[in-house]
Ligand binder design. Structure first.
Ligand code: ADP
Ligand code: MG
Length: 239
């Protein structure tokens, strides 16, 4: 009976997701259809129609690319990677967006090589989602502090913003697909990122205070049997 319960629970989640996807994709398609209709009747400003139609297509693409992470968890490719390097590359990717929003990104990394068995692209996706959320939470600018700490058995990544904070009623809805408070949000970033971290046996904790800011903490178990990092640790003894 446990198995049946699990299955029906999965169906409910799948059903919810399917309803959400249908709704989210039907909206831009309705808009595109409307403009195709207008254009075929020869009315209006074609340039403007093309601009809107193209931005609606981009929205569909964005939703689909975020959903594909959920659809293909089996393609996860684990390799030993330096998590600090992945974070620095992600920060570089978001550099211009941060500057445009008057946001400064500060890093506090523990010294030493922090190797983690992970899928580099998926880990980047997670960092992008969380840093973007932090930038978007600071409409008049601010500072994002990013910490990477190595403990006995896990790696801790913290993304700390001094933005709007998250009220409890929003916090409780954040895992739900398509829940967003933003006009142009997809409401998928958090759910997809949480899934990726869970696929890496990690966990996420959020601490937030309204008008003070949010601390998002990722805990990732640290694999010590990793041959590459063992080699690095052994080198000083050899010489
Ligand atoms: P999206 O960013 O597309 O809205 P997410 O799943 O990334 O979707 O986030 C869901 C919601 O959680 C956001 O709309 C926002 O209300 C809230 N949120 C997430 N991160 C933060 C943050 N750092 N500060 C304030 N609110 C946040
Ligand atoms: Mg987001």
């Amino acid at each position: 009976s446990q198995l049946i319960l699990q299955n029906s629970e999965k169906l409910t989640v799948a059903g919810q997701l399917a309803a959400g996807i249908a709704h989210e994709i039907r909206n831009p398609i309705t808009v595109i259809k409307g403009f195709v209709h207008l254009m075929s009747s020869g009315f209006g400003d074609k340039e403007e129609y093309f601009r809107i139609m193209s931005s609606e297509c981009e929205r569909i693409e964005q939703i689909l690319s975020e959903l594909l992470v959920l659809a293909k968890p089996q393609t996860i490719k684990l390799e030993p990677k330096d998590i600090r390097l992945i974070m620095l590359q992600t920060i570089t990717l978001l550099h211009s967006q941060a500057i445009l929003n008057n946001v400064e990104i500060v890093t506090e990394f523990d010294p030493g090589v922090v190797m983690l068995q992970c899928d580099e692209n998926q880990m980047k996706q997670v960092f992008i989602n969380f840093i973007k959320n932090a930038i978007e939470a600071m409409p008049s600018g601010g500072t994002i502090k990013i910490q990477i700490k190595q403990r006995e058995n896990d790696i801790i990544v913290r993304i700390i913003d001094d933005g709007t904070g998250i009220p409890p009623e929003i916090l409780s809805k954040m895992g739900q697909p398509f829940y967003t408070t933003k006009e142009k949000g997809t409401g998928l970033g958090f759910m997809v990122s949480k899934r990726i971290i869970e696929n890496h046996s990690g966990t996420i904790h959020i601490e937030s205070e309204w008008n003070k800011g949010t601390t998002l903490e990722i805990n990732l178990p640290f694999t010590r049997i990793d041959a590459f990092s063992a080699e690095i640790q052994m080198q000083p003894e050899i010489s």
